[in-house]
Design a protein around this ligand. Structure first.
Ligand code: C2E
Ligand code: CA
Ligand code: CA
Ligand code: CA
Length: 279
């Protein structure tokens, strides 16, 4: 048995080393990917539940890895954050999203905001506002068509600084959304101090709301709270008509999720801008 334990340990150690070397390889690849722009953005619409109109599209990054194929953000965002590559990657995402929004506008589509996800690692750096200003300047995109999504957890860090930067961005006309809301335990009294336009209810609550009265109650409470603070509410991860109807009954303003569309390329998402039968 002792021998077997030793073998298991040796195997474990081998796996760990493989894992570590995989990480090193992926990091080398990621460095190259960032410098060569091996990424693509997919877009997912957010739709007003009453009018069926697209208000905003969220840009979601994918990596076109030369050997591994198309990789989702869950495979590399963390690595980008830990290695510091996230700032450069986010700049690429912002520039690409803004150029795309500008080009939709020039093609005569109705105005739709483009939303980008900001990593807390990046946001806490002093120059995130400068980076946003630079990209809006370079692309000449109207700030009213630009939106940032920052997670509830990120709001809590360094709150004075966060509050000031968000305030400055909002004054420029940029929309500020709080992502994955409900997972970070922020209180009403805390939240109202932040210059926030929109709360996005985390997908896990929407997933469980039809079968868990507890999750249903949380969704109800978030909607009531957001309304009392004059915030817009988006439910993310809406997959069924039942969820849509329940959210509509509760007064949720917008939905996002597979029911409307999966994240798709720029050309495909633009079809939703004028289609009347989204809901
Ligand atoms: P997120 O910001 O919460 O984005 C929503 C995720 O949920 C997306 O996954 C989307 O494809 C997925 N989703 C949307 N609707 C549904 C639905 O109805 N059902 C289900 N099951 N899933 C749905 P994705 O694209 O894999 O992105 C995962 C996360 O990676 C994002 O979560 C975001 O935190 C991060 N991410 C994506 N792009 C970027 C980026 O450019 N920068 C940064 N910093 N993070 C990003
Ligand atoms: Ca998001
Ligand atoms: Ca989210
Ligand atoms: Ca999430």
């Amino acid at each position: 048995a002792k021998g077997a334990g030793k073998n298991v340990f040796a195997l474990f150690e081998k796996r760990m080393n493989e894992h570590a070397s995989e990480r090193v390889t992926l990091l080398t690849d990621l460095r190259q990917a960032v410098s060569q722009g091996e990424f693509v953005l997919h877009y997912q619409p957010k739709v007003d539940v009453l009018t069926g109109k697209v208000t905003s599209v969220e840009a979601l990054v994918r990596w076109m890895h030369p050997r591994l194929g198309l990789l989702g953000p869950d495979r590399f965002i963390r690595l980008a954050e830990e290695s510091g590559l996230i700032a450069e990657l986010t700049e690429w995402v912002m520039a690409t999203a803004c150029r795309q929004a500008k080009s939709w506008q020039e093609d005569g589509h109705p105005p739709v905001r483009v939303a980008v996800n900001l990593s807390p690692f990046h946001f806490q750096r002093q120059d995130v506002k400068e980076a946003i200003l630079a990209v809006l300047g370079a692309t000449e995109l109207d700030p009213a068509l630009f939106e940032i999504e920052i997670t509830e957890g990120a709001l809590m860090q360094n709150d004075e600084y966060t509050c000031r930067v968000l305030g400055e961005l909002r004054e420029m006309g940029i929309t500020v959304s709080v992502d994955d809301f409900g997972t970070g335990y922020s209180s009403l009294s805390y939240l109202h101090r932040f210059p926030i336009n929109t709360l996005k209810i985390d997908r896990t609550f929407i997933l469980n709301m039809m079968k868990s009265t507890e999750d249903q109650a949380i969704v109800t409470a978030i909607i009531a709270m957001a309304k009392s603070l004059n915030m817009q509410i988006v439910a993310e991860g809406v997959e069924t008509v039942e969820q849509l109807e329940a959210l509509k009954d509760q007064g949720c303003h917008e939905i996002q999720g597979f029911l409307i569309s999966r994240p798709v390329n720029a050309e495909k998402v633009a079809r939703f801008f004028t289609d009347e039968d989204r809901l």
